[in-house]
Design a protein around this ligand. Structure first.
Ligand code: C2E
Ligand code: C2E
Length: 178
């Protein structure tokens, strides 16, 4: 039973929280942000050209890369920050009590953490990889106080698409419409 419960909230490959858990925690973070009138930041992080890794080096290599991405993300944020794997090569980070300037600093740090050190893949030469990040701030001091969590995620996803079309390996910020 205990393993069953663990599987309900944990992604078995990376050991990070899964999408379902992330969504439930986001609702908590948003609710606390509303009552404290503090902003929170949401990032959607997508590894660039991941399909190529799988296609060229095989799925075990892809899995090794994803595990290493998870490790690097976890090593570069605080224990109290929410980190989850929400899709194949897509990760989510929520930072309570964090404004745009600080969130942008952190997002840039995470991009660097991918780019700076090539990824080891068993049986192949180390591989240079990058990530793109979409960043949305939900600022509860502002007029969009009641923005639903789904809308914040949607904004981060849109920002991620812009980071991809802007050439990848970058952070793009979504500015909320008031
Ligand atoms: P900084 O790295 O420029 O971060 C500025 C502010 O961004 C921090 O202010 C904090 O409010 C927020 N912030 C930065 N990284 C994170 C993060 O991973 N998660 C969350 N939730 N918030 C983050 P703060 O706390 O007053 O820290 C001031 C400075 O102290 C930081 O400037 C950094 O230079 C240093 N610092 C604090 N904690 C750490 C740490 O665990 N490791 C390292 N290397 N430096 C730290
Ligand atoms: P932690 O708070 O869980 O943070 C884990 C890692 O996230 C840090 O590893 C760092 O890579 C990144 N990080 C977190 N906050 C910041 C920040 O404000 N700025 C920057 N640039 N990076 C940040 P690191 O640096 O090896 O620190 C390991 C642990 O040591 C931290 O775990 C925290 O418990 C403690 N620590 C380090 N520096 C500070 C500090 O300035 N103030 C406090 N209160 N704790 C610190």
């Amino acid at each position: 039973v205990r393993d069953g419960l663990r599987m309900a909230v944990i992604d078995p490959l990376t050991g990070l929280h899964n999408r379902r858990y992330a969504i439930s925690q986001l609702a908590e973070i948003a609710s606390r942000a509303r009552s404290s009138k503090r902003p929170f930041a949401l990032m959607v992080i997508d590894l660039d050209r991941f399909k190529q890794v799988n296609d060229t080096f095989g799925h075990p290599a892809g899995d090794a890369v994803l595990t290493e991405v998870a490790r690097r993300l976890a090593a570069n944020i605080r224990g109290g920050d929410l980190l989850a794997r929400i899709g194949g090569e897509e990760f989510l980070i929520a930072l309570p009590n964090t404004d745009l300037a600080n969130a942008n600093t952190i997002a840039q740090r995470l991009c660097r953490a991918m780019q700076e050190v090539p990824f080891d893949i068993p049986g192949f030469a180390p591989l240079d990889l990058t990530a793109s990040i979409g960043l949305a701030i939900c600022d509860n001091g502002q007029t969009w106080t009641e923005e639903p969590v789904a809308a914040v995620i949607e904004r981060a996803d849109q920002a991620l698409l812009m980071a991809k079309s802007g050439g990848r390996n970058q952070v793009t910020i979504s500015h909320a419409a008031a």
